[in-house]
Design a protein around this ligand. Structure first.
Ligand SMILES: *Cc1c(COP(=O)(O)O)cnc(C)c1O
Length: 527
């Protein structure tokens, strides 16, 4: 089944080789390019320096006796030592540029270098948000054009560009809902959220002061429409539904859900983090959605997580657009779009709930996202969705004979494949499989999420992986899954080949050591 290019070894059949590091040790403890890099404090010393600066002339202190008496104890290294230290550390990072990132619910896709080039153009990179508007027309044009694309792709009425991540966008949408309800003197107190929701959904609703109640899922992993309808009433402000949902499934009843919620006087928030799977195929506006965030760092390929800031524009329905934050792009009846700014608030946008951020949002992400959208065009974006869904289904069907796939019976998945730990023996768990994947050279998949599936493993390949890359991943995943089912004891102590062995996750969370100190008592106490 392997499509690996010729000569590329696969460990698929030869699991035993995995622990066969033999008894060979090296003088340094390093393993070839795998270097165990000490802390910079351990290799540097305060009297070394990477630069030669002339002695500063004495100046009269104006610090009133508060001058530092001893030199700062920061480590000094030569230029070469410094660059080696950080380069070595960087090589211990897993990143989308190093290998396939199977994290479900994340859309970790390749970030095209073209986008980076665009974002670094001086006219975008070297401007300041307080510059006169006349001098940044091009940058505002980028925001405006991206806003038009987001409105068109979603079939919505307006968009708030300022939220800085998905969770921030959720808050923006819920604040719009609150403002909309309060404007009609109908403050309500409950937000309904499906059991499978991303943790940010209930957190956002609670943060905005709402009571959160669960909506049950049906046997097919979707929102139970009848149970939802039965709960709707005059106290329900709205629902937050992820579509495609966190089981990797499309919610086919979305329009019926929206109609029922509207009928009961509530609003519909859609978590659009998984828009990658439906972009160009489905317009949320046609499904009756009132507010939906789009994670530019997921769907539109801007760097993600440790690699860069997020950006979470929120598209709004005609009913909620009047409450959206400033500054704000607005589509007029003739299709024309303008940026409503603070000074025009009195006459142009009087019902806004306020601001989500000081300025216009994540300019660097806007530039990257627009570059991505323009380089694909509408047809290309549609193909993005189709290829992402095809890749996820390929993984689902290639592994369902070895791993239980809880909802595979209810048809194809969308962007991500969901498996459970059913059939693992010898008390092996999803965590052990994840650690085994590290030895195989992969970042582990999302695990124990969604909570509705026992020992859940959520795998999202995205559209940017080739068939060869996916086959190699499937081979590794299958091999480790087979070992988990066969009860391979050695998985319990994996990873064996990573720079660090298995960490005590409880201690790491409860007693993190976040500062370096020479003080032995402190170091011991921290242990
Ligand atoms: C990623 C994600 C979020 C949160 O987005 P951030 O940009 O990380 O704040 C919310 N919901 C779902 C379903 C997600 O996948």
């Amino acid at each position: 089944m392997s499509m690996l290019s010729e000569g590329r070894p696969t460990r698929q059949e030869d699991n035993l080789q995995m622990t066969d590091t033999g008894s060979i040790t090296t003088h340094t403890g390093n393993r070839a390019l795998m270097v165990d890099e000490p802390l910079i404090f351990e290799i540097g010393s305060p009297d070394r320096s990477g630069v030669d600066l002339p002695e500063a002339p004495p100046v009269e202190s104006r610090l009133g006796g508060l001058e530092r008496e001893a030199p700062m104890a920061i480590p000094g290294l030569s230029e070469g030592e410094t660059i080696r230290h950080y380069t070595r550390l960087s090589r211990q990072n897993y990143a989308i540029d190093v290998g396939l990132f199977p994290l479900g619910s994340c859309t970790m896709k390749h970030n095209p270098r073209l986008n980076e080039k665009m974002a670094r153009l001086k006219g975008f990179a070297d401007i300041h948000p307080l510059q006169p508007v006349d001098s940044v027309q091009g940058a505002l044009g980028v925001i405006n054009e991206l806003a038009v694309w987001l409105i068109k792709l979603t079939g919505m009425y307006g968009v708030a560009m300022t939220p800085k991540a998905g969770a921030h966008g959720e808050l923006c949408g819920i604040l719009c809902i609150r403002a909309g309800l309060e404007a009609r003197g109908d403050a309500r107190e409950v937000i309904l959220v499906p059991e499978s929701a991303h943790g940010t959904n209930p957190a956002t609703a609670a943060f905005a002061g709402y009571k959160v109640e669960d909506i049950p899922a049906n046997a097919a992993g979707r929102v139970d429409l009848e149970a939802l309808k039965a709960r709707l009433g005059p106290d329900v402000a709205g629902v937050m539904i992820t579509n495609p949902n966190t089981c990797g499934l499309f919610e086919p009843d979305m329009k019926a859900i929206s109609d029922a919620v509207h009928e009961a006087g509530g609003y519909v928030y859609c978590d659009g983090a998984n828009f990658n799977a439906i972009v160009g195929k489905v317009r949320p506006g046609d499904l009756g959605i009132d507010a939906m965030h789009i994670n530019l760092h997921k769907t539109f390929s801007t760097p993600h997580g440790g690699g860069g800031p997020g950006s979470g524009p929120v598209v709004l329905s005609e009913a909620l657009a009047p409450y959206g934050p400033l500054p704000f792009t607005e589509r007029h009846a003739d299709g024309h779009i303008t940026l409503v700014e603070e000074e025009t608030v009195e006459d142009r946008h009087p019902h806004t709930f306020g601001r989500m951020s000081a300025f216009h949002g994540q300019m660097g992400m806007f530039t990257r996202a627009l570059a991505y959208i323009l380089s694909h065009g509408a047809d290309g974006l549609k193909q993005v969705a189709e290829d992402a869904v095809l890749n996820a289904n390929y993984i689902l069907r290639s592994l369902e004979d070895v791993l239980e796939a809880p909802f595979a019976h209810s048809g194809p998945c969308m962007h991500e494949a969901l498996f459970s730990d059913k059939g693992f023996t010898n008390e092996l768990t999803t965590l052990d499989l994840a650690k085994g994947m590290i030895d195989e050279g992969y970042h582990p998949m999302t695990m124990y999420f969604p909570l509705v599936v026992h020992g859940a493993m959520l795998v999202e390949p995205t559209e940017t992986e080739s068939k060869a890359a996916i086959d190699q991943f499937i081979g590794a995943f299958r091999s480790v899954a087979e070992r988990a089912k066969a009860g391979d004891e050695r998985l319990k102590s994996a990873p064996h080949f990573a720079p660090r062995r298995r960490l005590d996750e409880t201690q790491a969370a409860r007693k993190p050591i976040l500062v370096w100190t020479e003080d032995e008592d402190f170091a011991q106490a921290a242990e």
